[in-house]
Design a protein around this ligand. Sequence first.
Ligand code: B12
Length: 214
Amino acid sequence: MDAPPPVLEDLARSVLELDREGAVRAAGEALLAGVPPETAITAGLAEGMRRVGERFAAKVYFVPEVLVAGRIFYAAMEVLAPHVARQPDAAGTMVCAVVEGDFHDIGKNIVKLMVEAAGFRVVDLGKNVPAERILEAVERERADLVGLSTLMTPTLDRMARTVKILKERTSAAVLVGGAPVDRAFAAKIGADGTAPDAAGAVALAREFAGRRRR
Ligand code: B12
């Protein structure tokens, strides 16, 4: 396998070192070097956030640093997102949200971007969204799919409750994700699937939308 382009390391390091200018510059350089923007986001920026998480866990960084890292992530993503190749529309509609109680939306926004790029219409309800609002949106938008995200263990219960309500009241396929979510948890709460990253979310979205059309 080829070595990863050095610009991916520049992206990750800029996020980790809270270097906004460096991150924005590296995002532009990645595009110029022909690195696919999806790769720059997932293997560069998201890798940087993963390392920020390690520093937070080690109590080297605290919430203010993590907040700044999140803003830098978004500043660089703004450069990259318009360049993500888009498939023609009509793959289906997904409602996505971060469950109630949780304000972590970076992962959900990457999933949204990639699922949209794969040709889906995505209705983004944002973060900290109560189950009832998600249900309302799924019915209103006649969504084929729902993508729920949470990053915290205390909000896993809200995710479970949301899935229960959606499965009882709608026929949409419900996908769940976020760092504390694994396949065993997804199966236990009755979700239709989970994936560890945005590429996996796209694969699942395609699979379930295809099934609904048959
Ligand atoms: C950034 C961050 C923040 C930022 C969030 C900024 C933002 N706009 O999102 C800020 C500073 C606001 C923050 C606040 C807090 N945070 Co915080 N935060 C993080 C951190 C460092 C990184 C998260 C991140 O962005 N990761 C990068 C993205 C790209 O990864 P991802 O979200 O996992 O998403 C990928 C996959 O999971 C998947 N995916 C995601 N969603 C979905 C959905 C579907 C359907 C599918 C299929 C896939 C999928 O695809 C994504 C892309 O590849 C994590 C550490 C960590 N290891 O996760 C802690 C972490 C999540 N935070 C934590 C905590 C405790 C908090 C606070 C309570 C801190 C406090 N004392 O105030 C508050 C909570 C506020 C709240 N109520 O939500 C804990 C949670 C612990 C736990 N197990 O519950 C963590 C794990 C840190 C730690 N080690 O303690 N945080």
